[in-house]
Design a protein around this ligand. Sequence first.
Ligand SMILES: C[S@@+](CC[C@H](N)C(=O)[O-])C[C@H]1O[C@@H](n2cnc3c(N)ncnc32)[C@H](O)[C@@H]1O
Length: 368
Amino acid sequence: MHEGLQVNLASNVVPLRAPTPVQKPNELPTRATRYPDLRYMGSKSRLLPWIFETLNGLDFESVLDPFSGTGCVGYLFKSMDRRVIASDFMNFSSLVARATIANNKVHLDGKAIRRLIDGTPPAHNFIEQNFDGVFYTRDDLRFLDRISGNIRQLQDPYEQALAFAALFRSCLKRQPRGVFTISGDLSHYDDGRRDLRLSVEEHFLEQIEVYNNAVFDNGRRNKALRSDIFELSNERVDLVYLDPPYVPRSDDNCYTKRYHFLEGLSCYWQGLPIDKTTKVKKIAKRYTPFSYRKEAVDAFDRMFGRFAKSKIALSYSSNGFPDLEQLVELMGKHKTSVTVFEKPHRYHFGTHSKVARANVVEYLIVGQ
Ligand SMILES: C[S@@+](CC[C@H](N)C(=O)[O-])C[C@H]1O[C@@H](n2cnc3c(N)ncnc32)[C@H](O)[C@@H]1O
C-alpha cells in the first residue's frame, strides 16, 4: 500500500495492494477485441486487456455485469466462456446486451434485412415531428421513423435486438461527439470524418454486418436484463463485476442527459414523454443514487451487502467519489479479503478539435 493510505478494515480483512499480474500466456480472447464498441461515457473498452489479465486468475463460472453499458465487459466474459448475466437500467443498453451477449445464434439474414429496409412510408412520424432541426437531417429522421416501424415487424426478439444495436451504433457515429446534449447547426464539428458524411441509413446497413459478425455461441445460457441494480432478482452467481457511474467531483454523470435519444428510440418514446421545454427534447432523468455525493456511500454499502455471497470486482477511478480508502473499507464490511489492482489511464474529453486529456488511476477492487 502506498504511504498515506490508512485503511481501517475489520480485523479479519487483509488490505492488499497487489501489482497487476504479469500478462499470462493466455491473452485477451480475440473475440473480445472485435466487439463493436460504442462511444459511451465510462466505457471500459480500452481497459479490457487489463480487466482480463486481472480477473482471469479468479475462479468463477458465472458472472453478473449489472451496469453493462456498451456490453463490452460482459462480452469479454462471454468470450472467456463464462455464463453471463448482463443488465443495465437503460433499455437501449440492455438491447445491445441481448443482441451480443444473450444471443448465441441468431443473425439478421437476407429476409430480415429486406424487411428492415422496406421503403413503405412509415405509419408514424414522431421522430421527424419532434427532432427536425434538433438532430440529424430530415432524411435521417424519416429513415428513423420508418426503421422503427420495420424493426417491430421482425418476430424474433434477438433479430429485433440486433437491428436496434446496429441502429444505436449508427446514431452514435452520425452524431457529433456521440452525445445528445448538443443540437442545431453542428457544422463546426464536421472535420470531414466519414462517420459524419454517411447518412444514418448508410451506417445502419454497415452496422448490420458488424453486429452479425459479433454473434457467437459460447455454449452457455447467457441473459440480458433491464433492471435497476437494487431491483435485480437474487440469482446466485460466482462473480459480480460492478462498474457504476463514477460520482464526479464536478459536472454530472447523467446517462439519460447524454443518451436520451437512444433510450427514446429503443421504445419509440412509448411511456417516455419528451420535455418540450428542453432544446434537445430530453426525457425525464432516471434516478440513480450513484449521481449524488450524499447518497453514494450508502448505495455502495447496500450494493456490496447485496452481493456479499459472490466474489465482487469493482471498477473505479481515482477521480471519482468516494475515494479508494473509503471504498475498500466499505467492501471490507462484507468481504474477508479485499485486493486493489491499479492501472494508470489517460482519458480524452472535449470536442473533436480540442481534445483534452486527463491522467487518472483506474482501480479494480476485488473482494472475496
Ligand atoms: C460506467 S457505465 C458502465 C460501462 C460499461 N462497463 C462499459 O464498459 O460499457 C455505468 C452504467 O450504469 C448504468 N446505471 C446507472 N445507475 C444504474 C442503476 N441504479 N442500476 C442499473 N444500472 C445503472 C448506466 O446506464 C450506465 O450504462
